[in-house]
Write a protein that binds this ligand. Structure first.
Ligand code: ARG
Length: 445
C-alpha cells in the first residue's frame, strides 16, 4: 500500500505551488477570523522556512507521508507545533491538489508559449533571409511548383501561431481557482474564495465544488495543445531529416545538433531532428494516458486522478527539449540554396506556368492548356532537358499558338514572382508575411 499509494516521488515537483496556495489559504483564514492572527503568522513563517529548505536541499521523499501536501504539513508541525494543524481548516487535499496542479500547468503553458515565440523568431529571421531563395515545392513529395524557402519556413510560423493561440485559450479556461471547494461539497467555514483566487492570480473561483475537485480538463487541454504542437514539430523535423540526406542535400545541420557514427566515418546524423520527430509519439502517448485515466470516473475525486501528474510532467519536459532543439536547428542550419534551385529547375516545376501562359496569352481553356503542356513535358523528358530549354520550333510543333514570349514565363524566378496572390510564394508576398510576423513578435524594437 505504501508503495502504490505514494505520489511524493513525482508530486514533489509541485512544492512551490503547494506553498504558495497554502500561504494564500492561511492569509484568508486569518482575515476571515477562522484562525487567529498569531497562529496564521506562525504558519506563514513556517511555510517560508520550509520553502527555503526545499530550495536548498530538495524535498525529502518519505513514502509514509504519501504526497507533497502531507510532507509539508509534517515538517510544519515539527517547526511550529500543533498550530500547524490549523492550516488544513476549510480545505482538503482534493481542492489543494487541483489548485497546485493548475498553478503548475499555468506556468507550463506560459513556458511553452515563450519557447514557441523564440522558435517563431528564428523561423521569421531565416524566412527574411530567404524570401527570394527558390526551392521545389512538393505535393505527394513530388516536385510540384517552385516556391521560396522563406515561404516554406513561414508555413511553420503559421502552425506555431495556431499552437500559441491554443495555449492562450487553454490558459483562459484553466484560470479558475478550485481552492475552497474542500473535499467535494464546499465548507461550512466562512471562507472568502475570491480572496484566495485573486491572491493566486486566478480570474475567479470555480463555480461548482464537485466539478472543481474532479476536473482535469486543464491538464488535458495542456496535453492536447502540446500534442498538436509536437505534431507540427515532427513535420518540420521530418523535412529537415529529408533535406539533410545526400540525395536532397538542401541543408547542412549544425554540428552541435548532429552526431557521428561509431562505425561509418563519413556519417553526420540529424539526431536532434529525429528525436524531435520521435518525441511527438511520446507526447501523444501522455495525452492518451490521461484521457484513459479520466474516462468513466464518477464524481468527485478518485485516487486514479493521482496518476494525472506523470504524463503532464513528462510531456512538459519533452516539449521543452523539442522546442529548444528545433530553435537551435532553425537558427543555425545552413540552407544550400544553390542545390535547392537546381532541384527546382529539374522536375518540370514550371509546367503549370506554361499552362497558365497558354490560358492568358492564347486564350486557351485551362483543360486544353493542361493537355498541351503534358505533351511539352513528355518531349522535354525524352530530350532530357528542362521545359525552358526546348527549342521554340518544337514547342510550336505541339501547338502553333505558342510564341517566343513563353520563355519569359518558364524560369523558376518568373514562376515564383508570378504567384503574388495574397499568401502566395512570391518574394514580395513572403516579405509581407515576414513583416507582419515581425510586428506580431515585437522584433522591430
Ligand atoms: N496525492 C493525492 C493526489 O495527488 C492528493 C489528494 C488525495 N486525496 C484523497 N482524498 N486521498 O491526487
Amino acid at each position: 500500500m505504501r508503495e502504490i499509494n505514494a505520489s511524493i516521488p513525482f508530486d514533489k515537483a509541485l512544492w512551490r505551488q503547494d506553498i504558495a496556495a497554502s500561504q494564500a489559504h492561511v492569509a484568508m483564514l486569518a482575515k476571515q477570523g477562522i484562525v487567529s492572527a498569531a497562529d496564521a503568522k506562525a504558519i506563514a513563517y513556517g511555510l517560508a522556512q520550509i520553502a527555503g529548505e526545499y530550495e536548498q536541499d530538495g524535498v525529502p521523499e518519505d513514502w509514509d507521508l504519501e504526497d507533497i501536501h502531507m510532507t509539508t504539513e509534517a515538517r510544519l508541525t515539527e517547526l511550529i507545533g500543533p498550530a500547524a494543524g490549523r492550516l488544513h481548516t476549510a480545505r482538503s487535499r482534493n481542492d489543494q491538489v487541483a489548485t497546485d496542479f493548475k498553478l503548475w500547468v499555468r506556468e507550463a503553458l506560459d513556458a511553452m508559449d515563450a519557447g514557441l515565440a523564440d522558435l517563431q523568431r528564428a523561423l521569421v529571421a531565416r524566412a527574411g533571409e530567404h524570401a527570394d531563395s527558390i526551392m521545389p515545392g512538393f505535393t505527394h513529395l513530388q516536385t510540384a511548383q517552385p516556391v521560396t524557402l522563406g515561404h516554406h519556413l513561414m508555413a511553420y510560423y503559421a502552425m506555431l501561431r495556431r499552437d500559441r493561440s491554443r495555449l492562450a485559450d487553454a490558459r483562459t479556461r484553466l484560470n479558475e481557482c478550485p481552492l475552497g471547494s474542500a473535499a467535494l461539497a464546499g465548507t461550512g467555514f466562512p471562507i472568502d474564495r475570491d480572496a484566495t483566487s485573486q491572491a493566486l492570480g486566478f480570474d475567479r473561483p470555480t463555480a461548482n465544488s464537485l466539478d472543481a475537485v474532479s476536473d482535469r480538463d486543464f491538464a488535458l487541454d495542456y496535453l492536447f495543445a502540446a500534442s498538436q504542437c509536437a505534431l507540427h514539430l515532427s513535420r518540420l523535423a521530418e523535412e529537415l531529416i529529408l533535406w539533410a540526406s545526400q540525395p536532397f542535400g538542401f541543408v547542412r545541420m549544425p554540428d552541435a545538433l548532429s552526431t557521428g557514427s561509431s562505425i561509418m566515418p563519413q556519417k553526420k546524423n540529424p539526431d536532434a531532428a529525429e528525436l524531435v520527430r520521435g518525441h511527438a509519439g511520446r507526447v501523444i502517448g501522455c495525452a492518451t494516458a490521461l484521457m484513459v485515466t479520466m474516462k468513466g470516473l464518477p464524481l468527485a475525486y478518485s485516487k486514479d486522478m493521482q496518476d494525472d501528474k506523470p504524463p503532464v510532467f513528462e510531456a512538459a519536459g519533452l516539449m521543452e527539449l523539442s522546442i529548444a532543439a528545433m530553435t537551435g536547428m532553425i537558427a543555425d542550419a545552413t540552407f544550400r540554396t544553390e542545390r535547392m534551385r537546381q532541384a527546382a529547375e529539374l522536375g518540370f516545376a514550371t509546367a503549370t506556368d506554361l499552362a497558365d501562359w497558354l490560358v492568358r496569352e492564347a486564350d486557351i481553356p485551362f483543360r486544353e492548356a493542361h493537355h498541351i503542356t503534358g505533351a511539352a513535358v513528355k518531349l522535354a523528358e525524352e530530350s532530357n532537358c528542362a521545359l525552358i530549354e526546348l527549342p521554340l520550333a518544337e514547342l510550336q510543333a505541339i501547338d502553333a499558338r505558342i510564341d517566343a514570349r513563353v520563355f519569359d514565363a518558364l524560369s523558376v524566378d518568373a514562376s515564383v514572382a508570378a504567384r503574388a496572390s495574397y499568401g502566395g510564394t512570391a518574394p514580395e508576398q513572403v516579405r509581407l508575411q515576414v513583416a507582419r510576423a515581425r510586428a506580431e513578435l515585437g522584433m522591430d524594437g
